[in-house]
Design a protein. Structure first.
Ligand code: NAP
Length: 474
């Protein structure tokens, strides 16, 4: 169902799209699929609602958002099962996403009360200078399938907290989680038109978002190519954009690192969400003298990860999201083999009895070289190459040799080296001995072609605020 101007409804055309379970290949649901007409209606409703929503107090907005966070938690198990069914991740990870998704809502509910301004010391005695923060206006958001709840809450709840009204287009593979979130928003009592949900063909909806002058802000998470296109299309109406795009994270292990900790860290950052996160490790660089020990221990652990239907409690790695994802992973592995890569574990698809899913075995490839596709492209799957290096300068240059700049990891016990690496790595997020450098309290976002802007933290609100300068002469 679409949710426009406070009403659940079908598309005017009666069109629907089918949602499948990537673990079983079975159909899960049919949902309404709206296009440009519905998107325009949603934008108009959001515009109308903005006239009063922008004048609500931070406390009023906070109260509604806190209610939403409560409802997400109350319905947590049902939403977690929906996430696993429609995109495949393990139920343990889906439950974690419920916690983080609700925590984002709660964080921004609190921030709604703290939209401060500034007083600027004036150069003349008879002037008073001020800076006010105001909501930017109608905001549109486009999200991917890999975190079907938290990617949405990270965008639309700072917008609502700031006093913006929103229209969301979720990924077509995961509309059911988005619908459940909007049910929570609906029950929380947000006025009609403040939050709208449009599901349907990406190009059509994206075109209306980018060309409609009413939309003042576009927030996107997805691939770099689509992000570039949306930025270009948004230029004609000079919209503010924030872009959370692709990544190609290096994971650097120095000879002084605690090897077991580094192995555990690499396992979690590589294989979480079956390798389908933007901050997933995509390349491991290990100091020459410990490369063999690290590779052996890492491959042994990777090989033990249980692959299966995410709904089974013991599953660690669920299916990939679709056939194209499986094809890309297989292609990267075959290409690596052709270029001399040595497959330490995995390296093939997995057929599980009674299922028709997109499963791929956790795969570790050592003796990796720079001419492999996997060395330069984001794989988005449970596969990782291991490179060895000799000097700090060499690994810095290799780690930075990419157009991406989202997340990087480094393991060392040497504090000075850790600080040097922090400064040298050209990434928006750096984890030193930390495989999970992410928190609702902190800003998340990349540099270079990994994006523009931040989500989460105090900075996440700024993306939805405009600064107005006021000069009063007295
Ligand atoms: P994608 O193909 O770019 O799709 C993302 C979203 O954009 C989907 O809702 C998609 O809808 C929509 N879309 C596609 N073409 C569009 C168009 N012309 N106009 C408007 N919307 C359009 O990305 P994906 O493969 O699903 O997601 C994986 C990518 O997201 C990876 O590159 C990953 O690194 C990145 N990501 C980044 C972050 C971050 O925070 N930096 C977080 C998560 C994921 P359709 O599916 O209908 O095309």
């Amino acid at each position: 169902m679409l949710y426009i101007n406070g009403t659940w409804r079908q598309a005017q055309s009666g069109e629907t799209l089918t949602v499948y379970n990537p673990a079983t290949g079975k159909e899960l649901a049919e949902v309404a699929s709206g296009g440009r007409i519905e998107t325009k209606e949603a934008i108009d409703a959001a515009n109308e609602a903005f006239t009063h929503w922008k004048n609500t107090t931070g406390l009023e907005r906070s109260t509604l958002l806190r209610k939403t966070a409560e409802l997400i938690r109350e319905n947590g198990e049902d939403i977690a099962q929906t996430i696993t069914k429609e995109m495949g991740k393990s139920i343990t990870e889906a439950r974690r996403e419920i916690i983080s998704g609700a925590n984002y809502v709660e964080w921004f509910a609190e921030e709604a009360k703290r939209i401060y301004g500034e007083t600027i010391p004036a150069p003349q005695k008879d002037k008073h200078l001020m800076l006010m923060n105001e909501p930017i206006g109608v905001a549109a958001a486009i999200t991917p399938w890999n975190f079907p709840l938290s990617m949405i809450t990270r965008k639309i709840t700072p917008a609502l907290a700031a006093g913006c009204t929103v229209i969301l287009k979720p990924a077509p593979n995961t509309p059911l989680t988005a619908i459940k979130l909007f049910e929570c928003l609906d029950k929380s009592g947000f006025p009609a038109g403040v939050a709208n949900l449009v599901i349907g063909p990406a190009e059509e909806i994206g075109k209306e978002f980018t060309t409609n002058p009413i939309v003042r802000k576009l927030a996107f998470t997805g691939s770099t190519n689509i992000g570039k296109k949306l930025m270009k299309d948004s230029a004609a109406t000079v919209k503010k954009v924030s872009m959370e795009l692709g990544g190609h994270a290096p994971f650097v292990v120095f000879e002084d690192a605690d090897i077991d900790e580094a192995v555990a860290g690499a396992i979690s950052t590589k294989f979480v969400n079956s390798g389908q996160t933007c901050i997933c490790t995509n390349r491991i660089y290990v100091a020459d003298e410990i490369a063999d020990e690290f590779s052996t221990k890492f491959a042994q652990k990777a090989n033990k990860l249980k692959v299966g239907n995410g709904l089974e409690e013991e599953t660690k790695i669920g299916p990939l999201v679709n056939a194209q994802a499986l094809e890309k992973v297989s292609r990267h592995v075959e290409d690596a083999k052709k270029h001399g890569g040595n497959v330490l574990c995995g390296g093939e698809t997995l057929d599980l009895p009674g299922m028709n899913g997109f499963f791929y075995k956790p795969t570790v490839i050592n003796e990796a070289t720079e001419d492999m596709q996997i060395a330069t492209e984001e794989t988005f799957g449970p596969v990782v190459p291991i490179f060895s290096f000799q000097t700090e300068d060499e690994v810095i240059s290799k780690a930075n040799d990419t157009n991406y700049g989202l997340a990087a990891y480094c393991y060392t016990k040497d504090l000075s080296r850790g600080l040097r690496m922090t400064r040298q790595l050209e990434y928006g997020i750096v984890g030193i001995n930390d495989p999970a450098p992410i928190a609702v309290q902190s800003p998340f976002g990349g540099v270079k072609e990994s994006g523009i802007g931040k989500e989460g933290g105090r900075q996440g609100m700024e993306e939805y605020l405009e600064k107005k300068f006021i000069s009063i002469k007295y």
